[in-house]
Every structure is written in C-alpha cells, then in structure tokens.
Design a protein around this ligand. Structure first.
Ligand code: KIV
Ligand code: NA
Length: 276
C-alpha cells in the first residue's frame, strides 16, 4: 500500500517544520489521529494505558503485533512505527532482527523503535543494513526503570548529559532515521538536536527538538494514573466518558432508554390477496 509519509521523507524534515507525532493503539483512534500526524507510534506505553500494567516491562511481542496491525489498518498517510517490547531485542542483533521482522511482516508497519543509545548502536546498524528502519529512543528509557530506578529527568548533571549526547551521536551514526529524546533538560535537548543530522522527537524534552510526541491517552485526558510534568491536557475525555456513562445509567434505570426509535418491530401483516 502507498502511504503519504515515508521514512526517507520523515528524515528530510530535520530542521524544518516540526514533526507531529502521537501514540495510537487501536484502529478508530488511528483513523482520528492520522489526518493530523506525521507519525503514529504504537508505543509499549500500551502496557500502562491499555492493559493496566505497572510498567512497560511486561509488554509482549504478541501485544505489540495485535495493536500494531490495528493501527496500520486505521492509518492512511502517517508513518506507523511499532515499539519493540522489553526482552525482544536486547539479547543480540540476531534476536532483534528476528522479532523486528515479525513486527514488520505481521503488522505492515514502516519501522520499529527500540530503547538504548551507544549500547544498541550495533543492533541498530544490523537492522538498518538488513531492511528494518529504526527509530531510536534515548534519555529516559522506561524499559530500564528497574535498573535506573525511576522516571525522573535525565541530563541534569554534565557527565550524564555528555553520555546522552554520545548516545544520540551513536544511534545517528548507526543509521537510525530519527531519535526520540525523552525526559531530558532543555539545554541538552538543544545540544542533541544541533549535534545530529536526524530529526529529534521530543517528549519532555522542550521545543528545541525537531518534533514532538505525547502518549495520546495522557494528552486527551483518558489516562490519569500518573501524569508527568511534560504532559499537556489537550482534552478531558475522562469527564466526557464519565458523563456519557452516567446519562446511560440514568436512562436505563428510568426505562427511558431504549426508546421507540431504537426498537425493532415485527414485519407488517401481509396485504390481503386481491379478489378476481
Ligand atoms: O511507548 C511510548 O508511548 C513511547 C513514546 C512516549 C515515545 O515510547
Ligand atoms: Na515506548
């Protein structure tokens, strides 16, 4: 199928008008978001916002395949990228390729995303040279919450900032077509964006980046268990849904719903035979 946005065209937007990206997990949301977005990311954030898991760590390849395929079916022009879940790529470049190939073949997505900087450079190069476009993800890496110990901002001290800048250079050098930069202080986001030739997609990384991404359930006010500072509420869908459920419950209890217009009626009696 042909798509409006390609990996190559996405990469050429470096330094241009900001790239608009959101997460999506289902076909109807993909349809709604597609006209407004350059990229739809099927993020492993679905573990938390769709499945109620405590982190992204338990998310499986099967979950990503099911939701990736659903989003591809709903997207007409945005680039669809699917997250590689924890445990599906860290072991070796060969393991990463096997699972990335499944994600691409079984969903129809254009590219995969994986977390990690310099440590993942070899894997990124392995995938890219074998036909798998890779979106890198540096700075705050939610799949590493158990080793890092939290979701706080990264790059506040200079030696950590230097390491993250080196990560950005390493993933760009390895062939990533763009890089998500999550939860870093603004001066570092600016340094990274200036240093690499690929678009930087920020989340909690200031307007210095070449594009922005948010978890749509956060941005639209559906998921409220944990809202980091960098989330802006563009809608309050939770209160819209709460009001709709309340109205439905009231009408059912009062037998005002279903009304006449919602009810099937038996076929009209057949017309009497015409006499000769
Ligand atoms: O899983 C996700 O939604 C992500 C984005 C927030 C970048 O990785
Ligand atoms: Na993710």
């Amino acid at each position: 199928r042909t798509r409006g946005m390609t990996v190559a065209a996405f990469g050429r937007r470096k330094g241009g008008s900001p790239l608009v990206c959101l997460t999506a997990y289902t076909t109807p949301m993909a349809r709604l978001l597609d006209p407004h977005c350059d990229m739809l990311l099927v993020g492993d954030s679905l573990g938390m916002v769709i499945y109620g898991l405590p982190s992204t760590v338990p998310v499986t390849l099967e979950m990503m395949i099911a939701h990736g395929a659903a989003v591809v079916r709903g997207a007409a022009s945005a680039l669809v990228v699917v997250d590689m879940p924890f445990g599906s790529y860290q072991e070796s470049p060969a393991q990463a390729f096997r699972n990335a190939a499944r994600l691409m073949a079984e969903t129809g997505c254009a590219a995969v995303k994986l977390e990690g900087g310099a440590v993942m450079a070899e894997t990124i190069a392995f995938l890219v040279t074998r036909g798998v476009p890779v979106l890198a993800h540096i700075g705050l890496q939610p799949q590493s919450v158990n080793t890092y110990g939290g979701y706080g901002a990264r790059g506040k001290v200079e030696d950590e900032a230097e390491r993250i800048l080196a990560d950005a250079r390493a993933v760009a050098e390895a062939g990533a077509f763009a890089v998500v930069v999550e939860g870093v202080v603004e001066p570092l986001a600016q340094r990274i964006t200036d240093a690499v030739p690929i678009p930087t997609i920020g989340i909690g990384a200031s307007a210095a980046c070449d594009g922005q991404i948010l978890v749509s359930d956060d941005a639209f006010g559906i998921f409220a268990d944990f809202t980091p500072r960098f989330v802006k509420r563009f809608a309050d869908l939770a209160s819209v849904i709460d009001a709709a459920a309340k109205a439905y419950a009231e009408e059912v209890r009062a037998r005002r719903f279903p009304g006449k217009e919602h009810v099937y009626q038996p076929a009209a009696a057949p017309a009497a035979p015409q006499g000769g």
